[in-house]
Design a protein around this ligand. Sequence first.
Ligand code: 6PG
Length: 510
Amino acid sequence: MSMPRIGLTGLAVMGQNLARNVARHGFPIAVHNRTTEKTREFVNDYGPGSEHNEPLVATESEADFVQAIAVPRTIVMMVKAGKPVDQVIENLIPHLSPGDLLIDGGNSLWTDTERRIKELNAKGFLFLGTGVSGGEEGALNGPSIMPGGPKEGYDRVSDILTAISAQVQGTPCCTFIGEGGAGHYVKTVHNGIEYADMQLIAEAYDLLKNAAGLTNKEIGDVFTEWNAGDLDSFLIEITARIFRTMDDLAGSDSGKEAGERTDAATSIEAAPGTRTPEAESSSPTPDHYLVDKVLDKAGQKGTGKWVSQSALDLGSPVTAITEAVFARFLSAQKTERVEAAKILAGPTGETFSGDKQTFINAVRDALYASKIVAYAQGFDQMKQAAKEWNYDLHFGELATIWRGGCIIRARFLDRIKDAYDEQPDLANLMLAPYFAEGLKDAQNPWRTVIAEAVRLGVPTPAFSSALAYYDGYRRERLPANLIQAQRDLFGAHTYERTDREGTFHSRWAE
Ligand code: 6PG
């Protein structure tokens, strides 16, 4: 084995899988972890001499690690975002040589990345803030990779990054995103779209279950069918899988509270312990489905929130993404919701009475249209960010590298790529003929679904805000004239007129 030109520190699952991916592409890689036991175990399991025989080089101290890599070095850090990244950098610095390249492959805040690039540059090192999407599986078999920072750094490692990324029709899902924090910014917006997509799918599930009254088995079949059409995507595919997963603990803990059950599920998670409905000897009862036992409190690590915070700064109305973040917050208020459910009234005497299949199709259309809006909003935010911080973003390329490997990979990203290839300065994705047409076809069922949800009291914040955005964006005239008049009346904030240039202040009627 030749001396590695690359090393990776941080051997949690993502780090291990990414290191193996690099090694399996024929690039020897030095590996390091804070606890050396983990490094040893990992290299014993997958390194030279093991059944996998991958070119992994185990190292112990930071000094060993750095010395095991040929100069100029490339070091990938796969550690928790925030302070741990700074800590690892601080530990490595005394051992590095000028010109060495550090890559942060975590979900770091892009402003931290900008700071680190400057700090390391001042010390003679290169730093790339690199979004890596695709979860554990993607890290091992080909993620979508979004590197940002000095181009010189990217050029040094582009052969490895493009080789290990997912490939779609022979095109790697990795491209240089831009200088500064552009890579991590784009990854953050990717995650915002991921949040919106997941919330939209959850709302579709809620409607199928609590409006149309479908069983878990039927819901799973619906998602499987949707995955064969325009909605074809990783998130729809895994949703169908979730509705085929049975709970091995069903019946064994019936006396416990929901909170206790989550703990039990965590301890079981590591062991293979779920069955598919097909594997059931008797026909499954509804409470055998694992999804029903999962506590309805959505977690988050911050990237979705960062998208919304940045959108507020940039003035980009990413309503579907932000509603998805808020929906997770609301879900987390479980104890309050349990109490509120006993006090607050919903619609009385309203039941679903329409044709089920028509409604299912309408939910599909509403999901598709809302999804177009969520992507349109994410791309709008990136457009505003590019303007604000001079990021040289190429939207067609972003759509290209999101077609494979990442969590939001979807068939319609091909169409987004086409739209930006045809019109790189497209004002809004919804205006591309393919999507404008799709929205036109879906808008009536979309409205019907939301009206039905409102009638039955099923919350659809992302569906509804996406439609409101669509209706607002397509309106030549909004009621903002009245807001301007009010501002001028109470605060002399002035206003512009529709019929002449200039800024006006009026004495409004007493
Ligand atoms: C990806 C994902 C991943 C993210 C998780 C969890 O692209 O692979 O975006 O990076 O960490 O999806 O995010 P939350 O915990 O915030 O839901």
